[in-house]
Write a protein that binds this ligand. Structure first.
Ligand SMILES: Cc1ncc(COP(=O)(O)O)c(C=O)c1O
Length: 435
């Protein structure tokens, strides 16, 4: 039986690393104590720029957001949206539909990103039942996409999750990622990926596939932007076969990539768009699935019930938090700021680190930036141990990043200043040079 000196408290963290039995201890987790703007403080009072996750899109402890949330708590601290409505949910649905633009027509609220993905998969299946095509049950996505770890969302996430839990949903396939840092290779890989999709369609029948699920910039996989031409061809191909397009904007949505939605920048019209993280900026756990007029009209035109939801969907405090965050993004022109500051960081990282033997690629979009490393001796991916040392160097520079799968990913808040952007790229450059 494994005994770890570190497992002294009964909290199983998400994505806990379970070390091999011969390893005696887990590294202790940093204990975070408080946060302010782009910064967090640990229990010893050390201050770090918090870039680990895309959730706090407008920073921490913002008094304007907190005031509005507190007022909502006092006014209506909870309301079921199963059989009643409230102003915050009604207003938020309209606001999100207006940001997304046509053909989006309705919003369904969830408690997180995985819930939004589950909802999209159910919406797609029910839509086809109302279309007299109940055989359309399958889903296709791209390798390296991350959509969550619940059964549905985990089934379209092809990152090895299934190995821990046994069989997932039947009929979920993936095509290889088209991305490559070399443009010519990327064009070749795009053609291969699309060919793979055509083969899946041919083998299983296009009319057996409900939807294609895509992240336009893969987050967890290392801020990997999908090529625009590839996405447009993909959208045309899925449409040709009547396959719905679900765009997972849980990370990219609401300003992160320097556009309100990455779908706008890629010039596509998805059938379903998913939001979470930046929707409430972490001030309340929440997600949303927006869906098109075509889905709405088909589902509402044929009776029946949408048998999906939770008693806490559309929580008034979450909806108010989202409205307050959207106000801040709009008034502060933070979508534009994300574009400008993201460009500053990306350009400086590229110029300062060009030719570094351990760097394979520096990439990203807006304030979603990744650096992929390579071991120059073995020419293969970098070790966890190397990543651990890099993270320690970054902490010494006052930065909490996110090292996963051989890449460093950073998600600065949309409202960072130029001075903070400079702090970020300088800190990362110093940390890498010190390796
Ligand atoms: C693109 C994407 N979709 C879905 C999810 C799942 O969201 P959540 O962790 O809120 O369930 C994530 C989480 O990282 C994500 O990055």
């Amino acid at each position: 039986m494994y005994k770890s000196t570190q497992l002294t408290y009964p909290f199983l963290h998400p994505f806990t690393y379970m070390p091999p039995v011969d390893q005696q201890s887990l590294p202790p987790f940093m204990m975070l104590d408080r946060g302010e703007g782009s910064w967090v403080y640990d229990e010893a009072g050390n201050k770090f720029m918090y870039l680990t996750t895309a959730v706090p899109s407008i920073g921490l402890g913002n008094s304007r957001i907190i005031d509005r949330i507190c007022k909502q708590f006092q006014r209506l601290s909870y309301a079921s949206t199963c059989e009643q409505n409230h102003a915050a949910a009604a207003t938020l649905a309209e606001r999100l539909i207006s940001i997304a633009g046509k053909p989006m027509s309705m919003a369904f609220f969830t408690m997180d990103g995985s819930g939004a993905v589950e909802t999209a998969m159910k919406l797609a299946r029910q839509y086809f039942i109302t279309q007299q095509q109940p055989q359309r049950t399958k889903f296709v996505s791209i390798e390296g996409n991350y959509h969550g770890t619940t059964f549905g969302s985990g089934s379209v996430t092809h990152m090895g999750i299934q190995a821990s839990f046994g069989p997932d949903l039947e009929g979920c396939y993936s095509i290889p990622s088209p991305y490559h840092h070399n443009e010519q290779k990327e064009a070749e890989r795009s053609a291969t990926s699309l060919q793979e999709l055509r083969s899946i369609i041919q083998e299983h029948g296009g009319d057996s596939i409900a939807a294609f699920v895509v992240e336009l910039v893969q987050g967890v996989n290392g801020a990997v932007p999908m090529p625009k031409a590839f996405i447009q061809e993909l959208a045309a191909l899925t449409s040709e076969h009547g396959i719905l397009l679900i765009v997972d904007e849980v990370t990219t949505g609401l300003g992160r990539t320097g556009s309100w939605l990455a779908s706008h920048d890629y010039l596509i019209n998805p059938d379903i768009i998913l939001l979470s993280k930046g929707l409430t900026g972490g001030y309340f756990p929440m997600g949303a699935a927006l869906f098109s007029e075509q889905l709405r009209d088909s589902m509402f035109g044929r009776g029946g019930v949408f048998l999906h939801g939770s008693t806490q969907n559309g929580h008034p405090v979450g909806c108010e938090a989202a409205l307050a965050v959207l106000d801040m993004i709009e008034e502060g022109q933070l979508v534009r700021n994300a574009q400008l500051q993201g460009m500053q960081i990306l350009t400086r990282l590229r110029s300062e680190l060009e030719g570094h033997p351990y760097i394979l690629d520096i990439r990203g979009k807006g304030l979603m930036i990744g650096i992929e490393f390579v071991d120059p001796h073995t020419k293969s991916g970098i070790s966890m141990e190397w990543g651990g040392r890099l993270s320690a160097n970054l902490r010494r520079e006052g930065i909490l990043g996110n090292f996963f799968n051989g890449a460093l990913i950073i998600y600065p808040p949309l409202n960072i200043t130029s001075t903070e952007a400079e702090f970020i790229w300088k800190g990362i450059v110093n940390a890498i040079r010190a390796m």
